[in-house]
Design a binder for this molecule. Sequence first.
Ligand SMILES: NC(=O)N[C@@H](CC(=O)O)C(=O)O
Ligand SMILES: [Zn+2]
Ligand SMILES: [Zn+2]
Length: 390
Amino acid sequence: MITLAFIKELPTMIKTSIIPPKAWAFPNRNVGRPFHVKSRGVKMELSVTQPDDWHLHLRDGDLLRAVVSHSANHFGRAIVMPNLKPPVTTTTAAMAYRESILKALPENSDFTPLMTLYLTDKTSPEEIKLAKRSGVVFAVKLYPAGATTNSQDGVTDLFGKCLPVIEEMVEQNMPLLVHGEVTDPAVDIFDREKVFIDTVLKPLIKKLPQLKVVMEHITTLDAVKFIESCSEGSIAATVTPQHLLLNRNSLFEGGLQPHNYCLPVLKREIHRQAIVSAVTSGSKQFFLGTDSAPHERSRKECPCGCAGIYNAPVALAVYAKVFEEAGALDKLEAFMSFNGPDFYGLPRNTSKIKLIKNQWKVPESYTFACGDIIPMFAGQTLEWLPSANV
Ligand SMILES: NC(=O)N[C@@H](CC(=O)O)C(=O)O
Ligand SMILES: [Zn+2]
Ligand SMILES: [Zn+2]
């Protein structure tokens, strides 16, 4: 194994090993001028601190058992979303859900689920105290009622009924995670994130400037500007693979593409580019959250398909591709493995994983007893292959 000369200049450890010849290049943003690496006869490997997934849907029952290893194989921890049926609204339910996740894990896995509570109009401040004391609940999730999958029991009156709860969250230093879209059917679906920022998020943080907020799965230039205008330690955003790599054309390419449908829906190219610039800038306010959201095939390929993209098997490969194409592989490790735990006040992982530049084909589907699940980029070739712990 040879260590490349520029390794000193990159916070991310880059190594090479033998493979068929392939030359490739990327600009080194650290020194401010492009340079080229010819890796004749070698292949690229990144050895990075094990990443965490700060936004994940693991579901429950058979579906949980089917999908959990795809996340547990690569991520150290994950913030597990509470939008089950029925939703995880209490600490007791979160603890039980955590047990079922641990049971579903492959043997010897040390994956740690970080639990969340589903905020409703009826959540009490006392529940927040219980959640904090439990040591297993790390955040509370705001779904505006009707905004997305299993959000029917979500919030209808944030500034009325929920304010005492959110004040308690400030006391307990418990982050509020938001699905940031308004639900007013009169607002165009492509504008719902921007309107949410203007009418909900801005007034909320004005009222409670100490509240820690993660704007989940951001999709717009407006969200990037908003996050960057806020203070680093209190407002941050997760970013998904799909919102970094795809724009809204992907929903209609050659016909309707249900497996590219998620909420918030994919946006115009200018928005995608703004998100790529934000994550590759090195800002600590953006971190990895896949929003991997499995739905059984027949629930996606039907007259009224569910929102959600199953990206757990491809997420790391897609993030690496995006950072490589932006010439910012040196910023990848902080995005994947440092910014999230730093924001949540948790220790960074100490173990490592490898990302190897090696083509692999994404399976067409995963078949389980509970049905088929179609992954993002099904049947396509990706360039970066994550390998187990090193
Ligand atoms: N992102 C999605 O399109 N779907 C998610 C819910 C969510 O994160 O909004 C799901 O649970 O399926
Ligand atoms: Zn959401
Ligand atoms: Zn989600």
